[in-house]
Design a protein around this ligand. Sequence first.
Ligand code: BG6
Length: 497
Amino acid sequence: MGFSNTFFWGGATAANQYEGGVFEGGAGLSTADVMTNGSHTVRRRVTWKKENGETGATPLCFGSAERHLPEGAVPCLLEDDAYYYPSHVASDFYHHYKEDIRLCAEEGFNCLRFSVKWSRLFPNGDDETVNEDGIRFYQDVFRECRKYDIEPVVTLLHYETPLSLSARYNGFDSRHTAMAYVKYAKTCFKAFDGLVRYYLTFNEINCIDAAPYVTAGLINADPQNIANAAFHQFLASALTVKEAHENYPDLKIGMMLAYGPVYAKTADPQDQVIAQQEMNKTLFYSDVQMRGYYPRFKLAEYEREGIVIPAQEGDLETIRKYPCDFLSFSVYSSHAVTVHEEGEQAGEGNGGTKAHMVKNPYLNTNAWGWAIDPQCLRVTLNTLYDRYQCDLFCVENGIGWNDVVEDETVHDTYRVDYMKANIQSMKDAVELDGIPLMGYLYWGCVDMVSNGEGEMAKRYGQIYVDADNYGKGTFQRSLKDSYHWYKQCIQSNGEVL
Ligand code: BG6
C-alpha cells in the first residue's frame, strides 16, 4: 500500500529564480526581470520610468498591498546602482544545467520541474516568429533529462509575464495576452514534442489576488482587473488543454494551486466561517480549472461587488469543456485565523497573507514566519481529493533556511526533519486514506533566489550554490546533508524516512 512504483520523486524550479542568462540567447525581459531584491523586512519593488524621464520603484510584489504603478509609469530596467535585479544571474542554471541535472539524477530523481521563460521564446510575448535560440536551449535541457530517465514537468508560466505585454496590455487584464499565451503554449507543444509529456499551465494561479503583478503581469490591479486576469488565464488554460487533447493525446496538462490549509484557531463558529471563506478564495481557482465552472460563492461575490466576467460568446463553454487533467499544488505551511485577536500576524506563508491571520500556538516557524506544520500534506490531500476526485501531484514543498556552510558543507538537520515529517504526512494520506498521488517534488532542490524576498539567503536546496544575495560567488555546487537523506528516501520509494 506504499507509493506506486511509477511515483515521481524529484525537485522543482522556476526560470525567474534559477535560470539566469537573461541577456543571452536573444531572450526578452519578463516582469520578474525588473523586480529588485529584498528581504524579510524590505519589500521587493518594480522599477519604472515615465515619458517625462521620472523614474522610481514601487512595491508591487508579494506581501505588499500596493496594486498600481504611478500614473503613466512603465515597468523597465533602470541603470542605477541603487537597484539590483536578482533574476538576471539567479543560480546560473543557464550555464550549469548539465551539472545540475546530473547531480539530481545521482540523487535518484526521476522527475524535475522547470518553467519555460516565455520571453525567451517570444521576446515581446506576441512576436510573429519564435526565437530559435530559446527553443534550442530548452530542447537541450529536456534531452539532458531524458538521458538520465528524468521526466521533465514544464510550467508554462511561473511568475513572469513578458514585460512588453505587461507594459502594453496590463498583462492578463487583456484578452490579447491570453491569446498570445495560447500561441506560445502551442509552440512549446510542437517544439518539445516527444521530450515533454507533463505541463502545468499557470503557477499558483490563485496568487493573482495576493500578487497580481507577479502572477499575471498587472501594473494596475483594481478588483475588476483581477477578475479579468483570472478569467483570461482560465480561458488560456482551457484552450491549451484543448490543443493538447486534440493534437497531442499523450500530453497531460495540470493546473497548479498554492495551497495552505486555513485552520480556525478556536471552536467559535465565527472562526469556522472566516476559515471557510479564506479557503474558498483558493478553491475558487481549482473549482474553475477542475470542474469547469465558476462556483456559486464567487458568482454571488461578483454580483455583490458589481464585477463582470469578461466572457465572449463560447468562452464559458470552452472553460467547461476543457478542465485540466490533474491538479498539482504547492504546500509549505498552514495558516490559523480567528476573530478574537488583533495585531501580530504569523508571517505570510505561500499563497499570501490571510485576513484575521494569527500565529498558531502549536507550530514553530522558520525565520520568515512560515509555520512548520507536519500534518499539512495529509490535510491538503484529503481536502483536494474529497472535492475533485482527480489525480493529485505535489509539485512544491520545502523549507527556506539561512544555511551556514561548515566543513565545506551544510548540516541541514532542520531540513531533513521538515522533509521527514512532510513525507510521512503524505504517506499517511496515501496509505491510510487511500489518496491517489502522482508524485512529490521538493521545491528549490538546487538553491535559488527566493520569490517573495528576492534574496539568496532564504535557501531551500539540497544542493548548495555558492552565490550571495547580489549574485557574487563561484556558483560552485556542493551537497548538503539533506541531499544524502533524500537520496535514501527515494531509493526506498519512501519506505525509509
Ligand atoms: C511558491 C512559488 O509560492 O513558493 C515559488 O511557486 C516560491 O516560486 C516558493 O519560490 C517559495 O517561496 P519563497 O518566497 O520563499 O521563494
